[in-house]
Ligand binder design. Structure first.
Ligand code: ZN
Length: 176
């Protein structure tokens, strides 16, 4: 039987504000989780997904950018960020249909482990750098709306809670 995508938890679920715990065992369960996450991400047409978004509080996230392919990050740490910042429109599968410009470093260097427990370092720029920072925030219980000023955050939370008053989705922007 074909496996189904997992359910994505959304704003209002307290788990989104919790810090995820490090992965300790590199086993079939971890590989199964990553597989399920890729299936879920593809179904939602997103660019990245953290384990917490499917209700699993471990430090794992995946990315899938058309120009970059599939990547898995286990126990990731950002070891360097560029001083240069860039403002990009961000959205999140856990805050559906809400988009806002967020300021973050242009480039990052990240250290992480593969599903087999092999360490690697990656330097990323562009959209991949953006997705990596957004996902590592998820592992620390931070949503992109937490990075906005109070007024912008309040505006998003309010429209999120008022069904029927959905804002328009910016063209070409995909949720992370
Ligand atoms: Zn997100």
């Amino acid at each position: 039987m074909k496996k189904k995508p997992r359910k994505i938890i959304i704003l209002g679920d307290e788990r989104l504000h919790e810090k995820s715990l490090p992965v300790e065992a590199y086993n079939g369960e971890l590989e199964g989780l990553a597989e399920d996450m890729f299936r879920t991400l593809a179904a939602k047409k997103g660019l990245g997904l953290a384990a917490v978004q499917v209700g699993v509080l471990t430090r794992v996230f995946i990315t899938q950018l058309s120009e970059d392919g599939q990547r898995v990050f286990v126990n990731p740490t950002i070891i360097e960020t560029s001083e240069e910042l860039v403002e990009i429109e961000e959205g999140c599968l856990s805050v559906p249909k809400m988009y806002e410009r967020v300021n973050r470093p242009t480039r990052v260097r990240v250290q992480a482990f593969t599903l087999k427990g092999k360490p690697y370092t990656l330097e990323a720029g562009g959209l991949l750098a953006r997705v990596i920072q957004h996902e590592i925030d998820h592992l620390d219980g931070i949503l992109f709306i937490d990075r906005l000023d109070e007024a912008a955050k309040a505006r998003i939370v309010k429209s999120f809670r008022s069904p029927g008053v959905l804002p328009s989705v910016p063209a070409g922007v995909r949720p992370i």
